[in-house]
Write a protein that binds this ligand. Structure first.
Ligand code: COS
Length: 384
C-alpha cells in the first residue's frame, strides 16, 4: 500500500540521488577500510532511513511494507554493506518491539532507534542453533526483578555497533522447544556482555558481525518483550516473516545493479568484431536475468501489499525470499560470465557483488528453510 504517491516519489528520488552521488562512489573506499564513512551514516540518519519501519508516533517514517520494499530496492542499487548499516535497526532488531512490545518498551527504545542514535541487533543464532532456532541454549533465569542471562550468540550482524539487542533466551529449562523461549530488549552496554572479534567474511566488507557473549548479564524483568514469558519464538518468527520480504527487496535492488553492470559491459566490450551483446548466447543470459528479476520484483511487491492488507504472509514471504535470493545469485553468476576474465578481477564491481550476494541465500533463513516453511504451510492449509 502506498499512502501518498507524491511523498513516496520524493523519498525514492532522494534515495536514488543518494545512491548515485554518495554511495556508489564510496564503494571502493568501504572495501579498503572495512568501514562505512561516518558522513554517509549521518546522511542516512538525515534521510530518516533508520526509522523507515518505526511508526511515526515514535519518530519513524512509518512506511508500509510496500513503501519499505520500494525504498530498499532503490538503496540496494549500491553495495549491500550500505543497507546493512540500517538493516537490523529497520528489520529484525526493532520489529519485535514494534510488533509485540509494551507501550513502555516502545516509548523507551523506538525513538532512539528511529533517529539512528541507537543501532538494534537481533540475537537469535547460536553456535549450535542456526536453522533449528528453537533449540537455542542461552538461558535467562529469573532472580528478583531481573533475569540473569548466560550464553553465546553467533554471527550477529551489527553487534559491534549495537546499542540494543533483541535477544531470544530460554526462560523455561523444562521446555526444550519453542515454548520455553522468551524475547528481551537488552541494553548493549549492560555489564556481563562481551564481544568476539569481528568475523572475517566472504564479502560485504563494511558490514560487521561477531559473537556476543552473555556471562551473568542482568536484564530487568520489565525488558521482557510484551511482558510475557514463552512468547519469544513466535515474536522471532513474526519478525522473520517481515524480514524476509525486506530481504527479498534487497535481492531485487542488488540484482538490478548487477544486471545494469552486465548490460553496460555487454554493450561496450567487443569481440569477433562486434559488441558481445550482439551475440545471442550473451543475449540469452541478459534476457533470462531480466525476466527473473521482473518475476522477483512482482513477488516482493505482491507479498508486501498482502501484508499491508493484513493477510498472513508467512508463505508469500518465504516464496519471495527463496526466489529472489536464488535469482540474485544466478544473475551475479551470469554477470561474471558476461564479463569473462574481467569478471574475476576485483576492479570490476561484479566480482565484489558476486561474493556480497552469496549470503542472501543463507541469512534470515536458508533457501532450504524457506522451502520447508512453504511446504509445511501448504500441507497445514490443505488439512485445515
Ligand atoms: N508466525 C507466528 N508464529 C509462528 C510462525 C510464524 N511465521 N512460525 C512458527 N510460529 C509459532 C508456531 O505457531 C508455534 O507456536 P505454538 O507451539 O504455540 O503453536 C511455534 O512458533 C513453533 O513453531 P514450529 O513448530 O513450526 O517451530 P520449529 O522448531 O519446527 O521451526 C522453523 C520452525 C524451522 C521455520 C524456524 O526454526 C526457522 O525459521 N528457522 C530458521 C531460523 C532463521 O531464519 N535464522 C536466521 C537467523 S536471523 S539472521
Amino acid at each position: 500500500m502506498i499512502r501518498d504517491q507524491e511523498s513516496m516519489n520524493v523519498l525514492l528520488d532522494a534515495v536514488r540521488r543518494f545512491v548515485r552521488e554518495r554511495l556508489i562512489p564510496a564503494e571502493e573506499a568501504v572495501v579498503e577500510t572495512d568501514e562505512i564513512p561516518a558522513d554517509i551514516v549521518s546522511d542516512m540518519k538525515e534521510l530518516g532511513l533508520f526509522g523507515m519501519s518505526i511508526p511515526e508516533e515514535y519518530g519513524g517514517l512509518g512506511l508500509t511494507m510496500e513503501e519499505e520494499a520500494l525504498t530498499v530496492i532503490e538503496l540496494c542499487m549500491a553495495s549491500p554493506a550500505f543497507r546493512s548499516v540500517i538493516g537490523t535497526t529497520v528489520g529484525i532488531g526493532s520489529q519485535g518491539i514494534v510488533m509485540d512490545g509494551t507501550e513502555e518498551q516502545k516509548r523507551a527504545w523506538l525513538p532512539r532507534l528511529a533517529s539512528g542514535e541507537l543501532i538494534a541487533s537481533f540475537a537469535l543464532t547460536e553456535p549450535d542453533a542456526g536453522s533449528d532456532a528453537a533449540s537455542l541454549r542461552t538461558t535467562a533465569v529469573r532472580d528478583g526483578d531481573d533475569y540473569v542471562v548466560n550464553g553465546t550468540k553467533r554471527y550477529i550482524t551489527n553487534a559491534p555497533e549495537a546499542g540494543v539487542f533483541t535477544l531470544m533466551a530460554r526462560t523455561d529449562p523444562a521446555n526444550k522447544g519453542a515454548g520455553g523461549i522468551t524475547a528481551f530488549v537488552v541494553d548493549a552496554r549492560s555489564p556481563g556482555i562481551s564481544f568476539g572479534t569481528n568475523d572475517r567474511k566472504m564479502g560485504q566488507r563494511g558490514a560487521h558481525t561477531c559473537d556476543v557473549i552473555f556471562s551473568d548479564c542482568r536484564v530487568p524483568a520489565r525488558n521482557v518483550i510484551g511482558a510475557r514469558e514463552g512468547r519469544g519464538f513466535r515474536t522471532a518468527m513474526k519478525v522473520l516473516d517481515k524480514g524476509r520480504i525486506h530481504l527479498a527487496a534487497v535481492c531485487v535492488g542488488a540484482a538490478e545493479r548487477i544486471l545494469e553492470e552486465a548490460l553496460r559491459y555487454a554493450m561496450q566490450r567487443r569481440q569477433f568484431g562486434q559488441a558481445i551483446g550482439e551475440f545471442q548466447l550473451v543475449q540469452a543470459m541478459l534476457a533470462d536475468s531480466k525476466a527473473e528479476l521482473y518475476a522477483a520484483r512482482c513477488m516482493v511487491l505482491d507479498a508486501a501489499r498482502r501484508r499491508d492488507a493484513g493477510e498472513n504472509v508467512s508463505t508469500e514471504a518465504s516464496c519471495a525470499k527463496l526466489f529472489a535470493s536464488e535469482m540474485c545469485g544466478r544473475i551475479a553468476d551470469r554477470a561474471v560470465q558476461i564479463h569473462g576474465g574481467a569478471g574475476y578481477m576485483s576492479e570490476y564491481a561484479v566480482e565484489r557483488f558476486y561474493r556480497d550476494v552469496r549470503i542472501f541465500r543463507i541469512y534470515e533463513g536458508t533457501s532450504q528453510i524457506q522451502q520447508l516453511v512453504i511446504a509445511r504451510n501448504m500441507m497445514r492449509e490443505a488439512s485445515a
